[in-house]
Write a protein that binds this ligand. Structure first.
Ligand code: MG
Ligand code: MG
Length: 259
């Protein structure tokens, strides 16, 4: 079943999601060649706990990290570890936090040093596809409209949409109903109604859509070894304009300042 949220609950999810945005901004300050993915994870965990919240991913289904740190051909669910980031890497960082009993969840893809033009465009267009998905997420529309908006845009560049992993409802649980695919048909699926809080999170591959999982049981990679980007916002459907609960503002301030 779908849990529709009250205005008060939506405000709590906003607080959790904004904390995630601030955490990703803190991580962004430290993304550079030479840093390990585990170092980034520690920075995020400390930041979340300093803000009287709890890492949302740590221990979730047995996941060991505060962050999912996914480099280059890793789509999502990369486990923080000894991997050293190097110039030209694309690193997708996904973060969750629990504050006042509600989850926040958001993700951003970063360039380490200078990435090549192809990767830069993949990142920009994946982010743009997220906002197109959000534009399609209005009361009275359906889940399929969101995926249609994302898929149509990214496929026009020859990219592909990962099928096996999708967005989700968000609230007292990290993953609630409904599923929110990043592909789909107009006018199909669950009707979007006020009080619905969902995460839209396009995972877009430069090459083919197929993915595979490492033996660690988590790491998801593209089967063709080509890079993949990932951006995620939590949003609330209401009567008027759709409300983006998470924010990239703090992240992008940091990125501007270190340019
Ligand atoms: Mg996420
Ligand atoms: Mg999510």
């Amino acid at each position: 079943m779908i849990y529709y949220k009250t205005d008060e609950e939506i405000e709590l999810i906003r607080k959790s999601s904004l904390l995630v945005g601030k955490t990703l901004a803190e991580v962004a300050r430290h993304i550079k060649p030479g840093v390990t993915t585990l170092e980034l994870d520690k920075i995020a965990e400390t930041f979340i706990r300093d803000h009287k919240a709890v890492p949302g991913f740590k221990g979730y289904g047995g996941f060991p990290g505060t962050l999912c740190v996914s480099v280059n051909d890793v789509v999502v669910h990369g486990i923080p570890g000894k991997q050293v980031l190097k110039d030209g890497d694309l690193v997708s960082v996904d973060c969750g936090a629990i504050l006042n009993g509600f989850y926040g969840d958001s993700a951003y893809s970063f360039a380490v040093g200078q990435v090549n033009e192809e990767v830069k465009l993949l990142m920009e267009r994946t982010k743009q596809s997220l906002y197109l998905g959000i534009d399609s997420a209005k009361a009275g529309k359906r889940i399929g409209d969101i995926g249609f908006g994302i898929q149509t845009y990214v496929e026009s560049f020859g990219y592909s949409v990962v099928r096996d992993l999708v967005g989700h409802g968000l609230g007292r649980n990290l993953h609630e109903k409904p599923e929110v695919p990043n592909y789909g048909k107009r006018g199909v699926g669950t009707m979007l109604q006020p009080g619905l809080v969902i995460c839209i999170e396009p995972m877009i591959n430069l090459g083919r859509k197929q993915i595979k999982q490492d033996k660690d049981g988590w790491t998801i990679r593209t089967s063709d070894g080509m890079p993949s980007a990932h951006f995620e916002h939590a949003i609330a459907i209401n009567e008027g304009k759709t409300d983006i609960l998470s924010s990239f503002e703090e992240i992008e301030k940091v990125l501007e300042s270190i340019k």
